[in-house]
Design a protein around this ligand. Structure first.
Ligand code: PLP
Length: 379
């Protein structure tokens, strides 16, 4: 079945016989047992719920995994993932990451005894060099948030396999519509489902997708035990969002290409980070390992004053955190998503007062360009 058909119809794993086109919301915390020691297959919603199960089986099919687990947010999924590791074990992680992921690694998991080696994972040699006897996994965001660094996933998967390490990929920016890390050799995919999968800036969600049954079993055990599960209603909203994933991403990427080229030619823009531009260092890798470049653009303007003026003058585009929805959003990573990263590290990566991050929505690209033009020329 083609990806876009799977998005609309889902996995087909249904439990009701009413014929309802839309998957019902089973708004029940618990389920009656037919007899002692018997189960309908559903006992308690923290463990499983029919609406969530339909969503999970759909995500697993889209990513090409054996199982997917839905969490109440991307961060909840990440927190559950860290439970696979024990105190003293190390993870090699991308040195450019969503700020919340960085904060969880630095402030929570480190306190629990896990150790992190921050490495530019777009350089496979650097990943190989960072492997220590205690290393258990490599965690990659690709493209990274916000600097859009691209990692060669098949090459990192090869290094991981040769060294007995798990490869985890945060696939939030590209989604399985453009990139399927499990097919490229990764073991686990993580998503902030809040973003493109939900797609409407109205629901928080997170996912872990496992490539094999052993990993899936371990992750399910953690998920049912910690209880950060996605509610039936939010599962329904995610299913509804996924129906239009393919058409939204086609439109968003098409607009992003136009906007990135336009930004590149604007006198007040100093640098554009968009992997769809042929001179982006990750362009050729993405051409090989993905079917598209996504709709996230970071760009540096000529001064922090200009950056603030853009944020205060955009009209259609909203100055707000988050990304991936139908509404275009612009973010100031230094003050918002990446505020907790030590200033020196931020500066080194280029996350400074001039950097803005744009999530391109499904509005008319002409309206978006006009909005950016007036905001870039407003002072
Ligand atoms: C790449 C990436 N991963 C994970 C997360 C965390 O997801 P959530 O906000 O759903 O907890 C985010 C949030 O912005 C993100 O951008």
């Amino acid at each position: 079945m083609d990806f876009s058909t799977l998005c609309v119809h889902g996995s087909g794993k249904r439990y009701d016989t009413t014929g309802s086109i839309s998957v019902p919301i089973f708004q029940s915390a618990t389920f009656a047992h037919p007899g002692v020691g018997q189960s309908t297959g559903f006992d308690y919603t923290r463990v499983q719920n029919p609406t969530r199960e339909y969503l999970e089986s759909t995500i697993a099919a889209l990513e090409g995994g054996v199982d997917a687990i839905a969490f109440s947010s991307g961060m909840a999924a990440l927190m559950a993932l860290m439970e696979l590791f024990s105190p003293g074990e190390r993870l090699i992680v991308s040195d450019d990451l969503y700020g919340g992921t960085h904060r969880l690694f630095r402030s929570i998991s480190s306190k629990n005894g896990l150790k992190y080696d921050f490495v530019d994972t777009s350089n496979p040699g650097a990943v190989e060099a960072a492997i220590a006897p205690e290393t258990r996994a490599v965690f990659v965001e690709s493209p990274t948030n916000p600097m859009m660094q691209v990692t060669d996933l098949a090459e990192i998967a090869r290094i991981c396999k040769a060294n007995g390490l798990l490869l985890v990929v945060d696939n939030t920016f590209l989604t399985p519509y453009f990139q399927r890390p499990l097919v490229l050799g990764a073991d686990i995919v993580l998503h902030s489902g809040t973003k493109y999968l939900g797609g409407h800036n109205d629901t928080l969600a997170g996912f872990l997708v496992a490539a094999d049954a052993g990993l899936a079993e371990k992750l399910r055990f953690v998920a049912k035990t910690i209880g950060a599960c996605l509610s039936p209603f939010d599962s329904f909203l995610l299913l509804r969002g996924i129906k239009t994933l393919a058409v939204r991403l086609e439109r968003q990427e098409d607009s992003a290409k136009k906007i990135a080229s336009w930004l590149k030619g604007h006198k007040n823009v100093k640098k554009v980070y968009y992997p769809g531009l042929p001179d982006h260092p990750g362009h050729d890798i993405l051409k090989r390992q993905a079917t598209g470049f996504g709709a996230m653009i970071s760009f540096a303007v000529d001064s922090p004053t200009r950056a603030r003026a853009v944020l205060e003058n955009v009209k259609i585009i909203k100055y707000a955190e988050s990304l991936g929805g139908v509404e275009s959003l612009i973010t100031y990573p230094m003050l918002q998503t990446h505020a907790d990263i030590p200033a020196e590290e931020r500066e080194k990566k280029g996350i400074n007062g001039c950097l803005l991050r744009l999530s391109v929505g499904i509005e008319s690209p002409c309206d978006l360009i006009e909005d950016l033009r007036q905001a870039l020329e407003s002072n």
